[in-house]
Design a binder for this molecule. Structure first.
Ligand SMILES: Nc1ncnc2c1ncn2[C@@H]1O[C@H](COP(=O)(O)OP(=O)(O)OP(=O)(O)O)[C@@H](O)[C@H]1O
Ligand SMILES: [Mg+2]
Length: 466
């Protein structure tokens, strides 16, 4: 299938060809014709499979070919909401690239920078706005933006945009948008059922596109768990990074402070590292990501700020130093590698403290995960992985015996080495065939549990991107 056959306009086809896009990806093949036909969409596809173009191309085609619906002065006609400044900028850059041959005036709107440039752009008049919710609300309050002419709304990372951290802001923004004649496009690699139901409240008869079973990891990512005592995680991280310090590695840590400490520790050990998180200034954030993309630093230590959407060309490895609090974020974090057909490796350092989070991740994925002890780092504290009943004697190291090869989807090399096991989904149904189907209910329940955990533990996630 070609991009031509999807019904895209020549001004887009020319730009795509120049960027080396030859064949539309499956999500592009399925979503673009439906979006061009004006349908609302709930679209799910794995990380790194081209969702930006899947919503961006029909959106640009609409702006480039259909006249503005409301009369009067130029008002924004399309709005894309994204959870982080870095993602908003990236989506803006991608859409500018796709629309190179038909200039569509646009603005990117996010916090942490002065208002001046954004106000100037909005005053001049734009068709397209890419925004983080917090700063967009600031503009709404100052009346520097009028959203009454929006014809297309896109929520990129839609499940994140509708989780409880962002939902109040999204509701305020929705209240300013036209209800009639608006097309709404929701895209993500993960879609909890609860979020889909919520989305129905502001969508019109949406079509659902799900390219691969939902909440699944891209086939190109080899991911596994390395058990370790909590006190030895740093040592293990240094060991893994030290094997070849040139391998670009994105390391996820739980907290802003923890990210800083870890980056400093790595620097002291002679590894070129930077940290990115919500307490850094926008210029520091930009520099850290830029230095990592250019290879000036080899390790970027990040909070979940870098978990979603960020496209780093050919990133070979992601390491979860801490597991994410929300299982869906595991899929997004490790999805920074193995993008667009490239291979990638994702490792998670898991101690007894993380066992519960790991169980939730395994349940979400609906299939086993490979667990591999690393010689010299075997945990002293046994880890309770999965469905072993409390009090029941566990295997040495707390692990279950290896499963027979072929027990899962068979897409990852299991190596057959010593110390391998699998973390189980915790419900037998989830392990059957391991394709994630038939495991929706537990996944939804897990999401609710995780939200509670957030509320009770670290508090609701805040929009660090106003
Ligand atoms: N049809 C295509 N041909 C070649 N490259 C493509 C095509 N579509 C997208 N790409 C490239 O693939 C990479 C991943 O695309 P994109 O960032 O849109 O993925 P995504 O599905 O949004 O991932 P995530 O879930 O992480 O946000 C980008 O570098 C993009 O330029
Ligand atoms: Mg994306």
């Amino acid at each position: 299938m070609s991009f031509e056959s999807l019904g895209l306009a020549p001004f887009l086809l020319r730009a795509l060809a120049e960027q080396g896009y030859e064949t539309p990806t499956p999500i592009q093949q399925q979503a673009i014709p439906l979006a061009l036909a004006g349908h609302d969409l709930l679209a799910g596809a794995q990380t790194g499979t081209g969702k930006t173009a899947a919503f961006g191309l029909p959106l640009l085609q609409h702006l480039g070919t259909a006249p503005q619906k409301v009369s009067g002065p130029r008002k924004p006609r399309a709005l894309v909401l994204a959870p982080t400044r870095e993602l908003a900028t990236q989506v803006h850059d991608s859409l500018r690239g796709y629309s190179k041959y038909l200039r569509i005036p646009s603005a990117v709107v996010y916090g942490g920078v002065g208002m001046g440039n954004q106000l100037d752009a909005l005053r001049r008049g734009v068709d397209l706005v890419i925004a983080c919710p917090g700063r967009l609300i600031d503009h709404i309050e100052r009346r520097s933006i009028d959203l009454s002419g929006i014809e297309i709304l896109v929520l990129d990372e839609a499940d994140r945009m509708l989780d409880m951290g962002f939902l109040p802001s999204i509701k305020r923004i929705l209240a300013k948008l036209p209800k009639q004649n608006r097309q709404t496009l929701l895209f993500s690699a993960t879609f909890p059922e609860s979020i889909k139901q919520l989305a129905m409240e502001f969508m019109r008869n949406p079509r659902e596109v799900q390219v691969t079973p939902q909440n699944t990891v891209a086939e190109t990512i080899a991911h596994r768990v390395h058990p370790v005592d909590a006190a030895r995680k740093r040592e293990l991280l240094l060991h893994l990074l030290g094997q070849d310090t040139r391998v670009q590695t994105l390391v996820f840590a739980k907290t802003k402070h923890g990210s800083d400490k870890l980056a400093t520790h790595l620097e002291k050990a002679g590894i070129r590292a930077a940290a990115i998180h919500g307490n850094k200034s926008q210029s520091q954030r930009l520099r850290a990501l830029g230095d990592f993309k250019s290879g000036k630093v080899n390790v970027l230590v990040a909070t979940d700020i870098a978990a979603r959407g960020i496209d780093i060309d050919q990133l070979p490895r992601v390491i979860n130093y801490d597991l994410p609090m929300v299982a869906e974020d595991y899929v997004h974090r490790i999805g920074r590698t193995g993008r667009n057909g490239a291979n990638g490796e994702a490792l998670s350092l898991v101690s007894q403290d993380d066992a519960k989070l790991l169980r939730q991740i395994v349940r979400l994925l609906g299939r086993d995960m490979e667990i591999r002890d690393l010689p010299g780092f075997e945990p002293q504290v046994p880890i309770r992985w999965g469905n072993s009943a409390p009090g029941k004697a566990e295997q040495p190291g707390g692990q279950r015996p290896p499963r027979k090869p072929g027990g899962g989807r068979g897409r990852r090399p299991h190596g057959g080495g010593e110390g391998q096991a699998h973390a189980h989904a915790g419900n037998r149904a989830g392990n059957r065939g391991g394709n994630g189907r038939g495991n929706r209910a537990p996944a939804a329940a897990t999401h609710a549990q995780q939200r509670n955990q957030q509320r009770n533990g670290g508090g609701p996630r805040r929009d660090a991107n106003r």
